[in-house]
Design a protein around this ligand. Structure first.
Ligand SMILES: Cc1ncc(COP(=O)(O)O)c(C=O)c1O
Length: 378
């Protein structure tokens, strides 16, 4: 598997060698300076308290197995933050495992063998569907990048095991409104399926509209998340899923049999950071990202490109005239413009004319200037 969950697939074997890695390798081998906007690895600092927690841990001498479901203090902190009962929380190896547990749980329930996903989609969802030997149907999003609830309703059948969505969304940047998520929960309920909502970008909401699906208080909903992005620690592998009561036991068993538990030092450091980090940390990261979005999209204007302005998360999709989002074109941009992005075709069909740029570099404005210059000369 990749060393990053931000990978993508373009063929059945692509999960063995994700497209993400191929693009990164291509960029690294390029004979010039390349600005890396491929992956969603934050380039900003974690909260100060995260490092403190990690240092403190070295003297703690608690080096043995933590509880499989997660450290009690961490689960308590998550429960308080998400306003749910602690018993519903499983601490996982990132949102990646949380999504897997949720999707496996949906199949295990026995009420269907198909996942409804969006197009474009975070490519690990269809990858996990494959792994679970389940079908995946991709339902095109609306033109504004938001989930098309009516199309989801039309696609839902008795064979639907779960609808899996992500908000704030990678790659479209859409922040789904409460009504849409509630309607998706209704659709899931109507066909006895689960609604899985991946909220890993919940701290990156520029619209002030994001509301967790947990606030709906619905029975059929699983929410997944992680500290990977919110604390800029994709390497720590600490995430969680909040299950309905009746699905917790099976998820815990699967988590235990596959992982035994999630790393104890990482959980302890995250717990300390959750307690000690002021809201200003998250606000200042959002401010930085807002500046990057502005600088990048201003330069895309100058390049005459179409683009999405993210309401949340930290990706911009851009479309350049006569330059579809293929792997070949992405490689051309690396060689000829010195900017690396992700081919839109990696996310499905709907955005295959587009290229996704992650704003995880302090050179986003320079990258956009390079793109503007490149497309002006073409
Ligand atoms: C939508 C989405 N879900 C999950 C993940 C993976 O999160 P984690 O690193 O916590 O497993 C990513 C990473 O890019 C993502 O974009």
């Amino acid at each position: 598997m990749a060393d990053s969950a931000d990978a993508s697939a373009e063929s059945d074997d692509a999960y063995d060698e994700p497209l993400f890695q191929r693009v990164i390798q291509y960029a690294a081998a390029a004979d010039r300076d390349v600005i890396d906007m491929v992956s969603g690895h934050p380039d900003w600092e974690p909260p100060e308290a995260l490092r403190e927690g990690l240092h403190a841990y070295a003297d703690a001498r608690e080096f043995q197995y933590p509880p499989s479901e997660g450290l009690r203090e961490l689960r308590e902190a998550i429960a308080a933050r998400r306003n749910v009962d602690e018993s519903r929380i499983v601490v996982t190896n990132g949102a990646g495992e949380a999504n897997y547990l949720a999707m496996a749980g949906a199949i295990e329930r026995g009420s269907g063998s198909e996942f409804l996903l969006t197009d474009p989609v975070y490519p690990y969802y269809p990858g996990k569907a494959d792994l679970l030997d389940a079908d995946a149907t991709r339902v095109p999003v609306r033109e504004d990048g938001h989930v098309d609830v009516e199309a989801m309703r039309a696609a839902a059948t008795d064979d639907t095991a779960a609808i899996v969505v992500n908000t704030p969304n990678n790659p479209t940047g859409a922040v789904y409104d409460r009504e849409s998520v509630a309607a998706l929960a209704d659709v899931a309920g109507e066909v006895d399926a689960l609604l899985v909502v991946d909220e890993v970008y919940d701290h990156f909401d520029f619209s002030n509209r994001f509301e967790s699906a947990l606030t709906l208080g619905r029975e059929h909903v699983v929410v997944t998340s992680a500290f990977s992005k919110s604390m800029a620690i994709t390497g720590f592998r600490v995430g969680y899923a909040v299950f309905p009561e009746d699905l917790v036991e099976e998820a815990l068993t699967r988590h235990m049999l596959v992982n035994v538990a999630t790393s104890r030092p990482a959980q302890a450091a995250v717990e300390h950071a959750l307690r000690e980090t002021p809201p200003s940390y998250y606000e200042s990261v959002r401010d930085t990202l807002r500046e990057r979005i502005d600088a990048f999209t201003d330069a895309l204007d100058a390049a005459g490109a179409d683009y999405t302005t993210p309401e949340g998360a930290f990706y911009v999709l851009a479309r350049f005239e006569d330059f579809p989002g293929t792997r070949a074109n992405v490689e051309r941009l690396i060689d000829e413009a010195g900017v690396a992005g992700m081919p839109g075709e990696a996310f499905g069909d709907v955005y295959d004319d587009w290229i996704r740029f992650a704003l995880c570099t302090d050179r986003a404005d320079e990258a956009a200037d390079r793109l503007a210059a490149y497309f002006e000369d073409r």
